[in-house]
Each structure stands twice: as structure tokens, then as C-alpha cells.
Design a protein around this ligand. Sequence first.
Ligand code: TRP
Ligand code: SF4
Length: 328
Amino acid sequence: MKKLLSGMRPTGSLHLGHLVGALDNWVKLQKKFECFFMIADWHAFMSEYENPKTLEKNSIEILADWVACGIDPNKSTIFVQSHVREHLDLSMVLGCITQLPLLERNPTYKEQLRELKGRNLMTYGFLGYPVLQTADILVYKASVVPVGIDQQAHLELAREIVRKFNNLYGKVFPEPETVLTEAPKLLGLDNRKMSKSFGNFIALSDNPAVVKNKVMQMITDPKKIHLNDPGHPKVCNVCSYYKVFAPDKEVEVQEVCKSGKRGCIKCKQELTGVLTEKIDPIRKKREKLLNSKDELLNILKNGNKKAKDVASETMKEVRKKVGVFHDL
Ligand code: TRP
Ligand code: SF4
């Protein structure tokens, strides 16, 4: 079985975007690959270093979210990046062979510098973000890396670094292939990009009352003011949520909207039902998990150990190839 690695930074609540954009897909991939799912806490630290107090708490929460969504610790290796030290060993080696201009040109880096305002990210560590990300993948010799489109540039960089390594020291690593997640485009409640910093999302931890409240705030067709006004579902965000979460209802929703037989309130009430049905089991499961913290910690301890076994084998090989002691 080919190896797969992916990860997320523990920066706060997971929301519907993570579910349809990544987790639903990860759950399926567990059947096809030997999967490693990593809590990228060092990557979070790179942008949170001025105020990192919640990293541990967020890591536990993200773990509960993952397991509640169906990531199965008996099938997949779930681990914490900062506890498998080999990532840093390999990152050091890769850092030595990575040309600076490659990192300075990285479009994601420039974008993050612009987007994450109020923080000082002109650091050595943050520039090296993709180097560590490459080490994350290579230390397991993972050949499959499912990510969203926002990570594509990092994967390109990873491939470039792999080629450089293999050229210099002999073929050790496979070139990882990106498996772009076909994420349905899900906008935030206010029609902007769904994002933690905009606070415009429905979290996996939201209870039915909160979900209802948030759905009621969603922006619909501005021309549909009265119940009987014919609406334009194509421009309505509520309709696009139906498309993702209840595709079998989409056509009907469009028709009753256009004919003016139904108002937005009713339409939203039903969407609330659809969303609640999807996320309420997840919310309950994650709450239960968070109440048995020992169980969660055990998942990580086991996962860390399994990850370390693989990673340390790779590092032994790398040490040999680059000419430092490998068996002292
Ligand atoms: N940078 C990724 C993100 O922000 C997280 C990540 C870290 C990752 N290391 C990785 C993803 C390795 C895939 C492979 O989403
Ligand atoms: Fe949107 Fe539904 Fe209102 Fe039509 S009826 S505008 S689809 S919320």
C-alpha cells in the first residue's frame, strides 16, 4: 500500500469547510492508503509564536474533531509533529540544500505575510515553512499528499527539494504527488471566503441552536424580499449549501424559490435541519471524546510511536547518505 500523509495546523475550531474540504476525503482515503495524519503544531507555532498558549489545547480539540469525523486511529497513524523529532532532523538537512530564492518566491509566503496582519512573520522559521512541510512528507516517504489548492505551491516546492536531494545523494525519496481535494466551494455565512479570522463559519462544535442562529444570518438573494417574490437561487448562498449537503434537494429548492412558493425563512429552517443532521453526531462524539482525555492522549502516544518507528528508519538512511554518523 502506498503511503499517504496530510496534516492541519491546530489553530482553532474546525468548521464545515474542513469537513467537506478535507476530512470527508481523508476518511475515504483510509481504505486505499497507509495513512499518516499529523497535527502540525510546529507549523502553527511559526505564526503563533508571539502568543502560543493554546497550541496544546487546540491540538487535543483537533484530534477529537478528526476522530469524531471518522479518522480511525486503528487504521491510520495520528500523531503530533513536535513529538517526532526526526521531522526537525530532516528539515535541517533539507534546509541546507534549499536555495533561498526558491523560498522567497513562494507565493503562499507572500500571501500569508499580507493576510496575517498584526504579527511579525519576518522570521527565519516562517520562511522555512515549506522546508519543514517537505520533511513532514519525506520522513515517511509518503508518495500521496491530499491537500487543498492553497497548498499546491508548497507541494511544488517539495518536489523541487526532493529532486535536489536525490540528485546530490542518490535516490532516497519518491516525488510526492499532490492529490487535490475536489473541494466544493463553500462560502462563509457572509458570502466571503470561509475563514477563522472572519468568524463566518459553522463549527463542528456548534449545537443545533447555534447552527440555527447562524443559518438565519446567511445572506440570500437580495431581490427576494417577500415570501412570494420569485428568487434567484443561483446567487443565493443558502442554495449552494443545499448543493453540498443535500444534493438531492437542490432542484426542488431552486424550483420553489423561483416560483415564489416558499420564503427564505422556511428554506433556511430546512437547511438547519440538514446541517444539524450532518454535524450533530460529530458534535456529540467529539464532546464525549473530550471528556475522556486519557483516551485521546493514548491515541497520540500510540500514533507518535508508530510514526517515530518509520521516521527513524528514514533518518538512518539519510544520515548514511549525507555522510554523518548513522549508527553510533
Ligand atoms: N501547511 C499545511 C496547512 O496549513 C499543513 C501541513 C503541514 C501539511 N505539513 C504538511 C499538509 C504536510 C500536507 C503535508 O494546511
Ligand atoms: Fe435562497 Fe432559499 Fe431564499 Fe431562494 S428561498 S433566495 S434559495 S434562501
